[in-house]
Design a protein around this ligand. Structure first.
Ligand code: A2P
Length: 307
């Protein structure tokens, strides 16, 4: 395998006690027009701050929403993955972006509106925001990133770091290996940045854009289309990539998605992506899903950020 070295990163240049003020430059919806969900792409101008040029793709930034919680305390910091490449949004190093879903939930007949996500979603160009960070030192592209193939698995806003990583790999036109983005969402209207990824797939034969839409059609056996089911349904494309020794897997999104991916990798005999801690039963279904982490952890070829 090509040598796998993660880059040195800077951490917490600004902390929650000394956040930096940055300015919103754009804030637009990236779900389809007819979607009832609102996911937004928000770009911040960080010029003149110590963040400029020092936030790497795969890292997160913190946002401090103004105001107090019901206990009268300041709202807590929320972390958001950066969705721009290390070189900055559109190659401009003073611009970094993130991807935010407005969270609205009904629990026991009551409406809960996510504080930070709705604060961010309401922002207008010119508004000021208190930012911290960067954070994260493992969910990164390796130093010699172009020497590897990638399978990027994302559900929902888990797409954010992969947008930046894909831009990073392809922007100079010299990336020769294979990169597959496997994206899962409930309906076609929830596809994120899909125009960009469709265009990338049409321009680069080594970029593969696979969509797992869970609530429209079922698979032949009646199960849902999830990101992990693509490992079987697109085996002809993905298996040869996975068998190469310079392939890495990245997983980002819903907590729990990683276990489904582990099981599919095991079924396909791809144990090199896993660190098996305990003897596995013959029938993998016998492993209780909530205890799977006692049996299997990701190997150094698998990176995950689930929440
Ligand atoms: P579903 O909710 O139909 O079961 P979003 O963040 O936009 O809601 O999308 C999350 C996507 O991830 C949905 O398609 C959801 O499907 C799917 N999903 C839910 N649970 C899992 C899981 N354990 N593994 C993989 N995908 C999942």
């Amino acid at each position: 395998m090509a040598e796998l070295t993660l880059p040195e990163v800077e951490l917490n240049i600004y902390g929650p006690k000394d956040p930096v003020e940055v300015t919103v430059v754009e804030n637009y919806v990236v779900t389809k027009e007819s979607s009832p969900n609102f996911v937004r792409h928000i770009t911040f101008d960080i010029s003149g701050t110590d963040l400029e040029g020092r936030v790497q793709v795969g890292q997160s930034i913190g946002i401090l929403p103004p105001g107090k919680n019901e206990k009268g305390r300041d709202h807590k910091l929320r972390l958001y993955s950066v969705s721009s490449p290390t070189a900055g949004e559109n190659g401009q190093r003073h611009l970094i972006s993130t991807t935010v879903k407005r969270t609205i939930e009904e629990i026991d007949n009551k409406l809960y509106v996510g504080v930070a996500s709705n604060y961010l979603a309401d922002l207008q160009p010119g508004d000021k925001v208190k930012m911290t960070g960067p954070s994260g030192k493992r969910f990164l592209l390796p130093e010699n990133a172009k020497e590897f193939n990638y399978l990027f698995f994302a559900t929902g806003t888990g797409i954010a770091p992969f947008r930046g990583m894909i831009m990073e790999l392809f922007e100079k036109g010299d990336y020769q290996n294979d990169c597959a983005l496997i994206f899962g969402c409930p309906y076609r209207t929830d596809l994120l940045y899909s125009d960009y990824f469709e265009q990338m797939a049409s321009e680069h034969s080594n970029f593969h854009y696979l969509k797992s839409i869970s609530r429209e059609n079922r698979r032949k056996d009646g199960s849902k289309h999830y990101v992990q089911t693509k490992l079987t349904d697109e085996e002809e494309l993905l298996f040869p990539i996975l068998k190469k020794e310079n392939t890495l897997i990245y997983i980002c999104g819903l907590k729990g998605m990683e276990t489904g991916i582990y099981i599919e990798l095991l079924r396909l005999g791809l144990e090199e992506y896993l660190d098996i801690r305990k003897k596995l039963p013959e029938d993998l279904n016998e492993i209780p899903r909530d205890k799977i982490k006692r049996f299997i952890k990701p190997s150094d070829r698998t990176f995950e950020e689930v929440y």
